[in-house]
Design a protein around this ligand. Structure first.
Ligand SMILES: C[S@@+](CC[C@H](N)C(=O)[O-])C[C@H]1O[C@@H](n2cnc3c(N)ncnc32)[C@H](O)[C@@H]1O
Length: 313
């Protein structure tokens, strides 16, 4: 299996934030290993840093284990092939209840280029593929095919409207219902075709592709992306050491809203937590010229305040 390259978004910015208060021997966590961009950048910043990484995708995990071996960093990294919503459990299992916690956690949300560019994963309407869209192909039984063919009309409407913020949701859902009466919808191209013909003729070309928002919505539902994000953020707080930071990189407004509101809630409940990014950090022009996907990236950083005794100087 060839694991396709992934541009690591806001990499330098995230790592700069996370390492600010760190010392030799500290632990970080990368909740979304992908191609390992953030994990390896942290390990390279200081040869005494350590990282606990997560990825629920078996292909990312396999590739990651090979990279870890090739780069001879096995003694500084622990890697969990599971959903990051199990953070608390994994930390206790790997470090024990007395573990003092992390100096930094990065979460770079969503899918990787590997997902988008491998037709057989079914994330992209650019290629013919099965209507799958699962990141965790081993434990998650819910595929986009099941959502499209077996969900009730009002559930489909809710998903495409809410997660896709799609203007033509009503027509798309009607067309799905009609199509699935004739035959099961099993491929990305069938689904693309339904979306395409649900758009008014004068809006089918030139703007964003008519399938873009529906595919985003299906992906979010299949992987429960918003629920797992909400779940994990509150687990992270408990394991954040004084001076420790969370850098969350999101790619659409639904995710960004969850991060922003969660951070606000945490700082209200706990005076030792503070938001370091009044406005989200965006990609530089230089990054945008190298990677257009960075255009929608927003990073927000939260910190547990340093103990007075640990403050620099
Ligand atoms: C945007 S990519 C991360 C890229 C990575 N930061 C890099 O620089 O190479 C997201 C990765 O996180 C994984 N992922 C997404 N949501 C996850 C979750 N809830 N639990 C574990 N892994 C997840 C995906 O499988 C994917 O490989």
């Amino acid at each position: 299996m060839e694991y396709l390259p992934h541009y690591s978004v806001l990499n330098r910015e995230a790592v700069d934030y996370l390492v600010e208060n760190a010392k030799d021997g500290d632990w970080f966590s990368d909740l979304t290993f992908g191609a390992g961009g953030h994990t390896f950048a942290l390990l390279q910043r200081n040869e005494k840093f350590n990282v606990l990484s997560f990825d629920q995708d078996p292909e990312a995990y396999k590739n990651g284990m090979e990279l870890i071996e090739k780069n001879k960093v096995g003694d500084r990294i622990k890697f969990a092939n599971t959903n990051f919503r199990n953070f608390d459990e994994v930390v206790k299992e790997k470090f024990g209840e007395d573990f003092e916690g992390f100096m930094g956690v990065v979460v770079d949300l969503g899918v990787s280029s590997h997902h988008f560019d491998k037709s057989e994963r079914g994330f992209s309407f650019r290629f013919e593929g099965p209507l799958d869209m699962r990141m965790d192909t081993e434990n998650n039984e819910l595929t986009a095919e099941i959502v499209v063919n077996e969900y009730e009309e009002d559930e489909l409407f809710e998903i495409i409207k809410t997660y896709g913020e799609e203007r033509f949701t009503r027509r798309i859902v009607q067309n799905i219902l009609e199509e699935r009466k004739k035959e099961r919808i099993t491929t990305t191209k069938q689904m693309e075709n339904i979306c395409f013909h649900s758009y008014p003729k004068n809006m089918r070309h030139g703007g964003i592709h008519p399938a873009t928002r529906t595919f985003q919505a299906l992906r979010i539902e299949v992987n429960q992306e918003l629920q797992v994000l909400t779940d994990v953020l509150s687990q992270l707080i408990k394991w954040l050491r004084p001076g420790g930071r969370i850098a969350a990189i999101s790619f659409h407004s639904l995710e960004d809203r969850i991060v922003k509101h969660a951070y606000k809630g945490f700082t209200k409940e706990d005076k030792n937590l503070e938001i370091l990014t009044k406005k989200p950090v965006l990609a530089t022009q230089e990054e945008l010229s190298e990677n257009s996907r960075s255009r929608s990236a927003k990073m927000r950083v939260l910190q547990r305040k340093l103990d007075k005794t640990e403050e620099k100087g």
